[in-house]
Structures are given as C-alpha cells and as structure tokens.
Ligand binder design. Structure first.
Ligand code: MIG
Length: 829
C-alpha cells in the first residue's frame, strides 16, 4: 500500500469519527420539545394554545389556504410582532370552524384542515376536501432550552435555536429558498441562510448572497408552501441528515411560519406575493439589453461602448457604471476627471437610446472633516460634482444625524470596503432610509436612470462571515437588536430606501433597482442578479436552476452576468450564455476588472452574428416578454419558469432543470456544455412546434434535436399565440407597429393569447392605464376565424396594424388589419 493511500484512509477514518460524534450533536431531536396542549382560547382569527411548559402556540387563519403558526417556548407570545418581509397583515378572515376532539383540536377552512394533536403537540395539515395529509410535524416544535446545543450543532455561538420538523415524504420534492447555487429539486440537500459575499461561487457553495426562507413541497402532484419568517441565520434540511424529516430552524428569533396550501404551485406563489408583496412593474427598458464592465471609464470609453453597439447594429438599452465612476469610491459623487460632466454624458447616450445605471454600495467612506473652513465651491446644490477630499458631504450629513451603525459600546462601526474605512447606514431607521433615498438626487440630476446596489450582504473586507459585526446594533423598531437578527435584512432595507427615494424624487417614473443581497419581500423594491459567477460551463449550467428557483421564491426579475464574471470566457460560451439570457428578465453582460473583454463582438464576427440574432429576437419578443412580466407582477407567477410549474402533475418535470419555459407557451432547451451540437429535450404532453422550422412534435417524451451553435432548441406550445413587435435597437425606438401574432393552432385548430400593453415608463398602470386584449383563434370550415375582443383598460397605444401568421400550414398565411381598438372578428382563408 502506498503511503498516500494510507494517509487517505486515515483521513477517511478521522473524518468518519468526526462525523459520528457530531452527527449525534447535530440531531435536531435533541432539542427541547414544546410540551402538550393544556388549554386553548379562540378569537375571531386565531386559536392560542397554552402548553404545559408555559409555551404558547398560535394558529391564525389568514385565508382559506394560508395559515400562520407562531410559537413561543416556555413563555407567552410577545405582543411585538414585526417583520420587514410582510406586505399585508390586514386579512379578511375567511370562514373557518373549530372542532374539539379528545386527542386533538381541528380547524377547518374551505381548503385546508389543520389537526393539532394535543400530546405530543403535533400539527398536521390536510386537504379539507380529500382529507389527504399534506404536511405533518415529525416532532413537536423545539428549541435550545439550555442555550448550548446550537453552538455545538452549528459551530456558532448563537446560544438559541428554534426549529420545526416535518415528516419527509418518500416522493416529496422541494423547490425555492431563493438564491442557491444548487439544482432545482432540493430534495436530500441542506442549506444555510446568511447573506454572504461569495465571488466565484460554484454549485454547492452555501450560503451565497440572499436569504429567502420560503420553500415549496410537492408530493403526488399536490404542493404546499412554508415561509419561515425569521431573519436570523437559518437552516433548511430536506432529508439530508435523516430520511425521516425535512426540518428548518434558526439561531434565534421566533418560530413563526406561514403554511400555504395549493394544491397548485401557482396559487401558492400568488398568495406568497400577496403576503410579501408584488413586484412592481419596472420600466420596459429594463427588459432591454444591458452592458456592464468593472469598470468603464472615463466618459469617452462609455461613449465608445455605445458607439460600438450602434455601429454593429446590436441592440442596447443600458450601460452600467461600476465603482470607478466615483471619487475614490465615495458613493453619491462622480470622479471629477473621469466623469466631469455626467449629465452631458447621459444626454449624449440618451440621444442614442442608451441609459445609464450606476452602482451604489452601502459603504460610505469614513472621512472625518478636516477642521478648517472650506467653501463648498461652485455648485453647493450639486456636491456630487465637487471634490470631496476635504469634506465628504454624505459622511458629514449622516454623522451629524447619527444615521450610521454603531457597536454596542456606542462607537461607530467601521468596516473596510472599497473606500477603505467606511460606515454603514442603519437602514432600519425610517429617517435614515428617507435621507439615503433623497441622496439619489445626485444621480437623477445627472440623468442616471437606475441604481445597482452591490456589496449589501453587507460585505466587509475585515471579515466576510459577520464576526466583525456581531455587536453592531440596529434600531429595529426600537428593539435595538444586533447583527444576528439584522444581517439578512440589511439589503432589503437598503433597497427599500433606494426604491422609495427614486419614487419620491421622480414620481412619474418607475424606479429601477438591482440588488445582490436580499431577504423575502425584496421583490417589492428591487430586481436582482446572481452575483459573481465564473466564465465556465459549470457556472453557466447554474443559470436555469437558479433563475427558475428565484422565480419560485417570489423574485421574478432575475438574471446573471452574461458570459460569466470571473475568468476568461470564449465565443462559444458567450453564445450559449446569450441563448439562455436572451429570455431572462435581466439580460446584462458583465465582467470583472481584470478579466478578458467580453462584449458581444470580442471573440470575432462569427459569434457576434449569432449573438445579434438572439438580441434582435429578444426585442421582437418584447410584447410577449412584457405581457409575461406583467403577469408576474400581478399574480406572482414568474415568467422564467421551470417546467414543473406548468406541468405539476407530470413527474418527469420534477427535477428537470436543463430546460425552461417563458410563460406557458415557449419552451427552451439550451446547450450548456462545450462542443455539443445535439441534445435530448423533454416535451410535456401535448403538441409542440419547433420554433425555427414549425415542425410538429407529439409531447410526453424525450426527443433528440440538432442544436448547432446558431440554434437554441425552442418550442411553442400548440394552442399558443406569440405576439411580436418590429426589430429595434432599443426600447422605444419604434412603437409596436405592426404587431405580429404568430399563431400555433392545437389539434382542434384553436389558439389564444392575452396581450398586455401600457406606457412602459410611468406608474399610471397602477391606476388602470393599460390595455389588455384577448385574441382567440378557431378553425372554421375553410380557414381560421380570429376574434379580437374589445380591449380592457384605459391605455391607448394609438393606431397600428395587427398581422396574423398561421404556422400550421406549410406556407404561412397572413392577414392584416388595422387595429381601431374595438373588438372585431376577421376570417383568414
Ligand atoms: O468586491 O463593484 O458582484 O458585479 O463588478 C467586488 C465591483 C465588488 C462585486 C459585484 C460585481 C462588481 C464588483 N463588485
């Protein structure tokens, strides 16, 4: 035996022993369990159970399919009940009934039946109609009574732990949990939530930037959801440590969770959006193509990027300014040499249809003023354009108002980020949020169109785990709580300050914010991107599971650095990346400071030409994408979907994450490995059309298709109508005229769609200024009858032409009509 082998075996043994001893400690069965029910009281909305050990459990009926469970261990439930995630707490209590049995108390709504077993106290959720068990406690809710176990379990000094454990179904599948570098189906995996700056993460890295403690369970086609609303470091284990249980817990705070019953996943997502807030409509140009680099400077380089895009006939809506636009990383300033006249720059770009998004980090440079009299120079109302090396207005203002985070001792907390020594704002203070929001005037005055919030885990170069921040206090509604509770909501509150500020400063424009970190509810304020990926095939293969998972976690507006952030890519990788991202809500090519250039033309004309084809198609598909985005806004059902969301009854979709759908009509099966020119594609039951050839397929099986670099396999569901606009190079360059409706009849000859339109920029859509048009096609004896219903809503897009293309016949037939906004029927022969 070689010495090397020996060492490995020894290491193996040591490792087994290590696991063995901690496996016992890691077992959540060791936590103290809540004791049995002694008595209960009922109010109009809730039942409160008093337990033998003086614990209290409250079950609140919010909706027929939404039940909240709250527990306090060995004490009464506190009156204080606040969460930054929750958007709605004024629920109209639906009808429900209570039945008292010898062993249990049963609460029934029209949809769900909750059986609370008295001893031991186990909660069981059943379908109220079929009485089928949906989800059941595997052990009573539990906590770390001695305050020692959690430390042993998780190598943390939390000294507190709360947990709930559910029986793991033999066929149960798990989805959600927000941003995880993991596959779609999370069965047999475990996760930690602790917002972390993790550049170059690969599959399995956990935690990464965001915390969305919400998941969906699916078994026998029935779905439920659980939102564990706890911002402390939390743990989710979907059958990883034991085949018996799926459990979740946190290092502090309350056991408070919301149980959603479907059985449809879409219904759960709608409720989740109602509870934690709907994504507002971003401006339509946010769907445009975006280009970024760490960093484009000076201003002439930014102009050159725009010029290249236009010269090469590549569509572009946005260029991003990364951290080097600032004066030595001072947020809310512009470098006086690199960007002396940012307003002129944004106007110049604006003429070409290009907008600027600027990065804003939470780290405010720590810069005590030089104690001499300095006049603020030429533009006192625009300090962002003045040198700030003697006095930095943001630091001065924030300090004088006491808006910066402090340690328990009262000292300022001074992390190190890009500006060096820095301070962070306590965004839990309402007046600090308002101040931060108002500071964005510095950007809007200079024509900046959107804000990109980075580093908001918050990242701290001193220590990325949060240890340097343990004793940092946040106001937190008067609780003055510490980092353990506030870290995971820091970005949510920063994004809220930013969004609210933009909305106040420009009430006629929809805010556009992009964030890296977040907590549940982040969708109310911000879109997101998946941080520092690699330019590698492995990293690319995470796109689909991550985008779809985020969509299943309440965050529909997602995307990833196209081509990857770190490392050297190549033309093939970039093309394959665009073949996914051209249909992702956020489509932005971005690259690290020391990386090889990665704009669409950098690897040569062959690749550039293919990328152009997909970017042009994205813009043509804008009516379709925008309609799907509005659905996500209104219903919480994302546009970028895993197949399981549309085909929940089909087990073939349960762990399928190398294909995705946009809305319910478009299925895309990209290639995610090098030098692959063919692939297997699963098509769910029904008829499908190859998007490129119109070839028909019968679904319910795998098919093999060609996928040369020029072609991403794409299929349209029979029965769909895809609305397309004209080709354009930026949103608003042309009106959507003519609108072409590509019709894909099903076996009965029917197809339908609903087109959504609004002005694309203002919040007027919230007051009914939109137009929804239902278009319906039926086969008639000699052709097809197209029925355009009278549109609803008050938005008038002006006169334009509708074209209809029937894709079923070998030679497509067209008919053209002028849209006068009235309902009408036309016949195509
Ligand atoms: O410490 O602003 O994820 O997109 O280019 C790195 C510089 C800070 C991380 C972001 C990345 C951005 C970079 N930032």
């Amino acid at each position: 035996m070689l010495v090397g082998d020996m060492k490995r075996i020894l290491a193996g043994i040591v490792c087994v022993i290590g696991l063995g001893s901690s496996a016992a400690a890691q077992d959540i069965t060791q936590l103290e369990k809540i004791s049995s029910v002694a008595s209960f009281t009922k109010t109009e909305k809730a039942i409160t159970f008093d337990c033998q050990d003086h614990s209290q459990v409250r079950l609140t009926v919010l909706a027929p399919d939404l039940i909240r469970i709250r527990a306090a261990f060995a004490k009464a439930l506190p009156a204080n009940d606040h969460s930054w995630a929750i958007a709605k707490d004024d629920w109209n209590t639906p009808r429900w009934i209570l039945s008292e049995m010898a062993d249990s108390i049963v609460v029934s709504t029209d949809e769900v039946e909750i059986i609370v077993h008295r001893s031991p106290l186990l909660i069981e959720f059943r379908d109220a109609r079929t009485h089928e068990v949906i989800n059941v406690d595997e052990q009573p809710m539990a906590y770390d009574a001695k305050g020692t176990l959690a430390g042993m379990m998780f190598d943390s000094n939390a000294g507190m732990f709360v947990a709930a454990s559910k029986t793991l179904g033999f066929d149960e599948h798990f989805y959600g949990l927000g941003e995880k570098a993991a596959r779609l189906d999370k069965r047999r995996e475990r996760f930690i939530n602790w917002n972390s700056d993790t550049p170059g993460y690969t599959e399995g890295k956990d935690p990464i930037y965001q915390t969305i403690p919400f998941y969906l369970g699916l078994q026998h086609g029935n779905a439920y959801g659980i939102f564990f609303d706890n911002s402390y470091r939390s743990y989710f284990d979907f059958g990883h440590s034991s085949q018996q249980r799926a459990w979740f817990g946190a290092e502090g705070g309350e056991m408070s969770y919301y149980f959603f019953y479907g059985p449809s996943m879409k219904k759960i997502l709608s409720r989740y959006a109602e509870l934690t807030g709907h994504m507002p409509m971003p401006p339509m140009w946010a769907l445009g193509n975006q280009q970024s680099r760490w960093s484009y400077y000076p201003d002439t380089t930014v102009e050159e990027v725009a010029r290249q895009y236009r010269e090469r006939d590549l569509p572009l809506d946005v260029i991003h300014l990364d951290i080097d636009y600032m004066q030595a990383y001072r947020v809310f300033t512009f470098d006086t040499k690199r960007f002396p006249k940012p307003k002129d720059l944004s106007e110049k770009l604006g003429k070409q249809g290009v907008k600027i998004v600027a990065i804003v980090d939470p780290g405010v440079k720590y810069q005590p003023s030089v104690p001499i009299n300095i006049s603020r120079g030429r533009s006192p109302s625009n300090p962002e354009l003045d040198p700030q090396d003697r006095r930095y207005y943001v630091f001065d203002d924030g300090l004088s108002h006491n808006y910066f985070q402090r340690r328990k001792s009262g000292e300022l907390f001074i992390p190190k980020v890009w500006p060096g020594d820095s301070v962070f704002v306590d965004y839990s203070l309402p007046e600090a949020r308002r101040w931060w929001g108002d500071l964005h005037r510095a950007y809007l005055d200079n024509g900046i169109a959107g804000i990109w919030n980075d580093m908001n885990e918050p990242s701290d170069f001193v220590d990325q785990t949060g240890k340097n921040q343990t004793d940092v206090v946040s106001y937190d509604e008067g609780e003055n709580s510490t980092h353990a509770k506030n870290r995971n909501v820091f970005a949510l509150l920063e994004a809220r300050a930013t969004y609210d500020g933009l909305e106040r400063l420009q009430p006629n424009k929809r805010p556009y914010v992009i964030t890296r970190a977040g907590y549940a509810g982040i969708q109310r304020y911000s879109t997101m991107w998946t941080g520092d990926t690699n330019s590698s095939w492995e990293s690319l293969a995470l796109n689909i599971p991550m985008f779809t998972t985020l969509g299943l976690s309440g965050e529909p507006f997602v995307g990833s650095d196209v081509g990857g952030f770190i490392g050297r890519g190549n033309g093939e990788l970039l093309v394959r990346a665009y073949q996914i991202s051209f249909l992702a809500p956020f489509c932005r090519n971005h690259k690290v400071i020391d990386g090889y250039d990665q704009e669409p033309w950098r690897f040569g004309k062959y690749y550039e030409d293919i990328i152009r084809k997909y970017l042009k198609l994205r813009y043509q598909l804008l009516p379709f994408l925008y309609t799907s985005l509005e659905e996500a806004h209104r219903t919480g059902v994302p546009l970028f979907r895993p197949l399981v969301l549309n085909y929940q009854e089909d087990p073939n979709t349960y762990n399928l994450d190398d294909e995705f759908m946009v809305g319910k009509d478009l299925l895309v099966a990209p290639v995610q490995r090098p030098e692959i020119m063919q692939r297997l594609v699963y098509l769910p039951k029904g008829v499908w059309y190859d998007y490129w050839t119109n070839k028909k397929y019968q679904g319910g099986t795998m098919i093999r298709v060609d996928a040369p670099l020029e072609t991403v396999p794409m299929f349209v569901r029979a029965g769909a109508i895809i609305p397309l606009g004209p080709q354009m190079n930026y949103v608003g360059e042309k009106s959507f005229n003519p609108l072409t409706f590509e019709i894909y009849p099903d076996d009965d000859g029917s197809a339908a769609t609903t087109l959504y339109e609004d002005d694309g920029v203002s919040p007027a859509y919230q007051r009914g200024v939109f137009r929804r048009t239902i278009i319906d096609v039926k086969r008639a004896k000699t052709g097809y009858v197209v029925n355009i219903a009278a549109p609803t809503g008050n938005y008038n897009p002006g006169p334009r032409e509708f074209s209809f293309v029937i894709n079923s016949s070998p030679t497509p037939k067209f008919v053209r009509i002028a849209d006068e906004g009235r309902g009408r029927t036309i016949e195509i022969r």
